[in-house]
Design a protein around this ligand. Structure first.
Ligand code: PMP
Length: 438
């Protein structure tokens, strides 16, 4: 009956242009790691609405908490304190180092990053699409001529697979000119070039004007790019020596996504001065947050952050239930075990297929970088990526895409997937690769 009902609600393709697939899917229902389309076809969701549905679509516990709150109180604006807001902020800060105790709630990751601005970032990064955060986002495709935010400097991407790449460390030059470092990544590492170029960027700024450093612990949209060992540690040190603060954009890496840690920064052995978060925070309900130190909070002009919807009782109830669910369901543990399994098995596929250049990530934030061949590392062309991507979808698995050239398949599912789901994906992916090679 449900399927018949779903079929009646076919989507109107004129409503909005959906470009992710050549043959778009129109979804009507979700449950945990599964999605259903208008034809009643079931998909294994390995992208979680862009790495957002952290504990599972319509998770029963979270849905129940939301339903209860819906009958109680929806909205007050943040001119009033509410019980869910009070309880949630206490619960959330308990997950962070002691010095990070002041919480500002927002409705999205872009808004959270807007509150933590005037800083550097890293090429390949994506920090948001609002006018201010576009100044931090290095992807030219997302930029509008009038919306470039503050004068941020973009460092080259310290990518252990491709080496250093990037057109310029100055925003005035077109950052879309992607230039791969001529030496090989190992050589970059050996010569400490990753840090050397960061020093260059810092030297090109007026030292007293360095506000801070903005970075994702693992790049999300950039394609699960992991930085060289000690890069963030070193970067934080250099920035702090020059009076800047360090901001970790945990919009994708937070809430257990990396498996081994609750926050991505923990994996780098650093403690940021500000942490921004969104996406997984409320399992798909719009929400974001900035958490910072008392000292930084005190220095904010007037110390007031106003925003009509942020911190609504409904959002806080959902987010609070997400935190409980992560603990009760062992979500972070699943991310670690299923993630490690996937990384191991995908690495075996890399040995088998010449077009898999790199398999990387942590927990359930995984990137599979596709190349023409392992020797050249030239990105697999868009048509080929699209063919494999559509084929995987037609076999019932939804994955994501990313990377500077759109050459990285991204796997960031709801963190409730099982090993059997991982096996299903691996079989589907191998089949799509095999078909492409033939
Ligand atoms: N930071 C990161 C790391 C992101 O991946 C994104 C969204 N892809 C954002 C910030 C912006 O978040 P939102 O889309 O919620 O504004």
């Amino acid at each position: 009956d449900r399927i018949m009902e779903i079929r009646k609600h076919r989507c109107n393709p004129m409503v909005m242009k959906v470009t992710y697939y050549n043959k778009p899917v129109c979804l009507t229902q979700g449950y945990m790691q599964w999605l259903w389309d208008t034809d009643g076809r079931r998909y294994l969701d390995l992208f979680a609405g862009i790495a957002t549905v952290s504990v599972g679509h319509c998770h029963p516990k979270v849905t129940e908490a939301a339903e209860k709150q819906l009958r109680c109180l929806w909205h007050t604006s943040n001119i009033y304190m509410t019980t869910p807001l009070h309880e949630y902020t206490e619960k959330l800060t308990a997950h962070l180092p002691d010095q990070l105790k002041v919480v500002y709630l927002t409705n999205s990751g872009s808004e959270a990053n807007d509150l933590a601005m005037l800083m550097f970032d890293t090429l390949g990064s994506y920090h948001g699409g609002s006018p201010q955060t576009l100044g931090l986002t290095s992807y030219a495709a997302y930029k509008y001529p009038i919306a470039n935010g503050f004068g941020c400097h973009t460092t080259m991407c310290p990518d252990v697979f491709r080496g250093l790449w990037g057109g310029s460390h100055c925003r005035d030059s077109p950052v879309q000119t992607i230039r791969q470092c001529s030496c090989d990544p190992g050589c970059c590492q050996a010569n400490n070039m990753y840090i050397e170029q960061l020093k260059e960027v810092l030297a090109s700024s007026v030292p007293s004007r360095i506000a801070g450093f903005f970075g994702e612990p693992i790049q999300g949209v950039g394609g699960a790019v992991q930085y060289p060992k000690n890069y963030l540690k070193e970067a934080y040190k250099l920035v702090r020596e020059r009076g800047g603060v360090c901001i970790a954009d945990e919009v994708q890496t937070g809430f257990g996504r990396t498996g081994s840690h609750f926050w991505g920064f923990e994996g780098h052995g650093v403690i940021p001065d500000m942490v921004t978060m969104a996406k997984g925070i409320a399992n798909g309900f719009p929400m974001g947050a900035v958490i910072t130190t008392q000292e930084i909070a005190n220095s904010f002009a007037k110390g007031i952050h106003f925003n009509t919807f942020s911190g609504s009782p409904l959002a806080c109830t959902i987010a609070s239930s997400v935190l409980d669910t992560i603990r009760e369901d062992g979500t972070q543990q699943t991310s670690a075990t299923v993630g490690t399994y996937l990384l191991t098995e995908l690495a075996k596929l890399r040995e088998k297929y010449e077009i898999i250049g790199d398999v990387r990530g942590k927990g359930l934030q995984i990137g599979v970088e596709m190349v023409k061949d392992k020797e050249s590392r030239a990105p697999l062309p868009a048509e080929a990526i699209s063919q494999i991507f559509e084929d995987v979808k037609d076999m019932g698995v939804l994955i994501g895409k990313g990377g500077a050239f759109g050459q990285v398949f991204r796997i960031q599912p709801p963190m409730c997937i099982s090993r059997d789901d991982a096996d299903f994906f691996l079989a589907v992916f191998s089949c799509a690769l095999q078909r492409y090679m033939e």
